[in-house]
Write a protein that binds this ligand. Sequence first.
Ligand code: SAM
Length: 200
Amino acid sequence: MSDDPAHVREFFGVRAAGWDSRFPDDGPAYAAAVADLGLRPGDAVLDAGCGTGRALPPLRAAVGPTGTVLGVDLTPEMLAQVVKEGRDQDGTPVLADVARLPLRDGALDAVFGAGLVSHLADPARDLAELARVVRPGGRLALFHPIGRAALAARHGRRITDDDLRAEPRLRPLLAGSGWELTAYTDEDHRFLALAVRRTD
Ligand SMILES: C[S@@+](CC[C@H](N)C(=O)[O-])C[C@H]1O[C@@H](n2cnc3c(N)ncnc32)[C@H](O)[C@@H]1O
């Protein structure tokens, strides 16, 4: 599944205000996923498709006061929630499409993207844009607080191997976009793919 930006904005715009109350218990899962990204004090990290900014507090905690935390989203209503929840104290909200980031090449140490990849209009192009803004050796985490099978069951579907997040699809997709998949977990309560920005 992929999505065009106008549909993404429409879909998430009406859901923004109630987003956090739908998933009130996810905080520890986000903190654990951020921990697996291996950030260091002073690092620069982007939360790509940050939504209401649920990952911004643990990202800030990981990079500390000298680090840089950005939250990019293309849905204005989501970024309004970042401010309403006071999470703009932890990271700077930026209205942008991850397909065209207002960042220079190699500006970042890492990207965290929760619930993002299946909404990208052109996943190969957009993952390559994320690679562009990360330094060689930098890291990417694609996270979801629910695994593929559990999510499919929630929607009354079964998982299939043509799902973008299935390892046989995700590994070559990342490889063609400048990333090397280094770890892959798909359990009921956690989907986490970790990748490293290739140096070649
Ligand atoms: C499923 S929500 C997840 C939000 C947040 N990361 C979380 O875990 O709560 C997906 C978010 O990605 C944003 N998004 C989707 N495609 C995007 C794109 N191309 N550029 C920027 N944001 C995008 C949507 O607006 C939405 O806020």
